[in-house]
Design a protein around this ligand. Structure first.
Ligand SMILES: NC(=O)c1ccc[n+]([C@@H]2O[C@H](COP(=O)([O-])OP(=O)(O)OC[C@H]3O[C@@H](n4cnc5c(N)ncnc54)[C@H](O)[C@@H]3O)[C@@H](O)[C@H]2O)c1
Length: 337
């Protein structure tokens, strides 16, 4: 059985579906602080399999101990955490508490239970503000622009130290670039609270009329069209990346992988791609740059391809169409609630 923390969240729910469909038993631990219990039914509906759900906090050591006692957990995928970069600047303690202390509690419980295989949701932000794209796994971690990014780097270091102390550990550090899109069924996707921080839900909420216009932060970056460039990948491809990365855990060590497409696309190009794929206008306006945003970064994706045979299979159009299908599902769900 695989224990998946944060499994009702955006990325975790897609991982859960992918694991169940591949025949794995899955237990989810989530405190529902940024997700909804109904996601469990939707995961089960898509996968046509049941999942075990624990409603609880990853910092709850006694709950963790009982989960490891009650199930034969082979590996853990740790997605639970706080993820809003801007919010982390305002409330750093919350980010170090949930992201760092939460990881310490999880690893301690794993150690006590003798479970030493872990995939960790890290982020491209660990490369820091000075790194030149494409980001390669051999680059050192850099200085982050936010407590969120720092918390991810701290957990990476903690996991490296854990392996140094006990070479039986197998740790997969997965550095995500910019996951977007939703499951093609339309049943699960990103569920932002309030005005989205991320581009794709922002675009789709404007297209759906939930928000009046899209603010594009900065049009004077040193990029082709002046807007920021990121490496957007489909969340289903990201979920597949976790399933295949579980195989590297058979080998003890610290395994670092970028999960990105290997190419960058600008914010303006994303808006144009959405309009071209969906045929719905997205009114937008340029606004001042957001503090902490980098001009451009994308992944070197060759290590994951070489070692894991992982390559994103979804197109930009898939990302747009699946986002839009999910937006319509969420609209309907909201209207009927
Ligand atoms: N979405 C991105 O763009 C992105 C990029 C890089 C890395 N990540 C990382 O991937 C992971 C998943 O991100 P996501 O986009 O699915 O976020 P999400 O907020 O949708 O999912 C995180 C889940 O963790 C749960 N959670 C939060 N605190 C918890 C706690 N103390 N105990 C138990 N559960 C808790 C939330 O309820 C939520 O369901 C996070 O660690 C995030 O930092 C995300």
């Amino acid at each position: 059985m695989i224990l998946l923390t944060g499994g009702t969240g955006y990325i975790g729910s897609h991982i859960a579906v992918e694991l169940l469909q591949a025949g794995n038993e899955v237990a989810i631990l989530d405190d529902l602080s940024n997700s909804d219990k109904s996601v469990i039914e939707r995961i089960q509906h898509i996968a046509q399999r049941n999942v075990i759900f624990y409603h609880g906090d990853v910092r709850d050591s006694s709950l963790l101990a009982s989960i490891f006692q009650d199930h034969h957990i082979e590996s853990v995928i740790h997605c639970a955490g706080l993820k809003a970069v801007g919010h982390s600047v305002k409330d750093p303690l919350a980010y170090y508490d949930v992201n760092v202390y939460g990881s310490i509690c999880l690893c301690s419980a794993m150690q006590k239970a003798g479970v030493k295989r872990l995939l960790f949701s890290s982020s491209a932000t660990v490369y820091g503000i000075e790194a030149e794209p494409p980001y390669v796994e051999t680059m050192a971690r850099g200085v982050s622009s936010s407590p969120y990014g720092t918390s991810k780097g701290m957990v990476e270091k903690l996991l490296e130290d854990l392996f140094a102390s006990d070479p039986q550990w197998s740790v997969g550090i997965l550095r995500y670039f910019n996951p977007i899109g939703a499951h093609p069924s339309g049943y699960i996707g990103e569920l932002p609270q309030g005005t989205p921080n991320n581009l794709m839900p922002y675009i789709s909420q404007v297209a759906a009329g939930v928000l009046p216009e899209l603010l594009i932060y900065g049009d004077d970056y040193a990029t082709d069209d002046g807007t920021c460039v990121r490496d957007y990948l489909h969340v289903v491809d990201l979920a597949i990346g976790h399933r295949v990365a579980l195989t590297v855990l058979e080998e003890p060590g610290v395994h670092r992988y970028n999960l990105g497409t290997g190419s960058g696309i600008s914010v303006k190009q994303m808006v144009d791609a959405f309009v071209a794929s969906i045929g719905v206008e997205v009114p937008y306006r340029y606004a001042p740059r957001r503090e902490g945003d980098l001009a451009a970064f994308w992944a070197s994706a060759s290590k994951a391809e070489r070692d894991l045979g992982w390559q994103p299979g979804k197109t930009l159009e898939d990302m747009m169409v699946d986002t839009w299908r999910w937006q319509q599902f969420s609209n309907k769900a909201q209207q009927s609630s």
